[in-house]
Design a protein around this ligand. Sequence first.
Ligand SMILES: NC(=O)c1ccc[n+]([C@@H]2O[C@H](COP(=O)([O-])OP(=O)(O)OC[C@H]3O[C@@H](n4cnc5c(N)ncnc54)[C@H](O)[C@@H]3O)[C@@H](O)[C@H]2O)c1
Ligand SMILES: [Zn+2]
Length: 371
Amino acid sequence: MLEKRLEVKADGKKVYDIIIRDTFEGLAKELAPFGTEERKLCIVTERNVSSYYLNEVQEILEKVSARVDIFIFQEGEASKNLDTVSQLYRYLIQHEYDRKDMLVALGGGVVGDLTGFAAATYLRGIDFVQVPTSLLSQVDSSIGGKTGVDFQCYKNMVGAFYMPKLVYININTLKTLSEREFHSGLGEVIKHGLIRDKEYYNWIRENKEAIAEREPEAMAVMVEGSCRIKRAVVEEDPKEQGIRALLNFGHTFGHSIEKLMNFRLTHGECVGIGCILAASMSRKRNYISREEYDDIVRIFRYFDFPELPAELKCEEIVRETRHDKKMEHGSIKFILLKAVGEAAICRDVTEEEMLEVFEEPDSRTKSGGQA
Ligand SMILES: NC(=O)c1ccc[n+]([C@@H]2O[C@H](COP(=O)([O-])OP(=O)(O)OC[C@H]3O[C@@H](n4cnc5c(N)ncnc54)[C@H](O)[C@@H]3O)[C@@H](O)[C@H]2O)c1
Ligand SMILES: [Zn+2]
């Protein structure tokens, strides 16, 4: 039976635990110490995830709370907005939620970000728990306390830093994820290895078949490995003032591509393309070798990451990076690999250098290196 526990600290003190299990069963035991018997719990989820997991989670929560309510919205990024938040506020008011009650976010990053933001703002803050079900949310969005919603065409424009009371991961939920969403989460997983942990990156390469098959043992090692890396980074820099920017490796180009493709590619797919481009720039600067670069391309190709869409012009992609939130005083904070397993913030990347990357043969071909 799998049971891992990682503490997330701030200023040396524990703020919350990340629990990694292969069942939802442990949720009751983990929640009871928060005095849930005396509190109302509202499960916030979306239609798709609810069809798989709501009944089970609801039954378990009913063991520790006399009142469990459910708020369901339409799945997808298009719901991550203030309208859905308003509906949730209204639901909570109608059901007389007060400051001692609690929200439980059951779903992917969309549910987690939106629920966290509602929790941060409803009555100036009520407790919430993350129960992430997509790979991306398990290894990335549920950890670190960034919450928020999109505003009109601006992604994550409105939000708050607000910590959950608990992150409870059931890796078994990965089984029902579509191939595309699973691979999308792998974009962040590979990124974690590249920016921070060469050993972990090599483990991914050596276990790629087991990962692709979603073997439970591999999922457990992978989710824990990635959570450890994300935790280490957010603990060092909880409010994104410095080192947390390293998590944006692959994201400068990734966000541009995501926007220009009008979100027809998943976030993780765009991050994968962005990682290859940023790795290519690192190679051009001789920070990493040609061989290391080829290996990076190969691992993304193995997991079927898409090529850079042919319809996108490199000038457009580079122009779009000007809107990146990581822009400061006109210079972009570009993340490059100083080595495999070690990223650094570079402020001297020019638009010319960005454009040159697209001239590299691997930026558009399907099989990098000698795959
Ligand atoms: N807060 C942060 O630090 C942070 C970091 C990265 C991304 N994000 C945000 O996360 C969001 C993306 O997260 P996501 O990729 O999880 O998107 P998502 O929540 O839309 O989930 C992706 C799809 O997978 C489905 N799904 C989720 N779990 C499933 C399961 N176990 N089985 C079957 N289907 C399942 C969902 O219904 C959805 O269709 C974006 O809005 C992004 O901005 C936030
Ligand atoms: Zn990301």
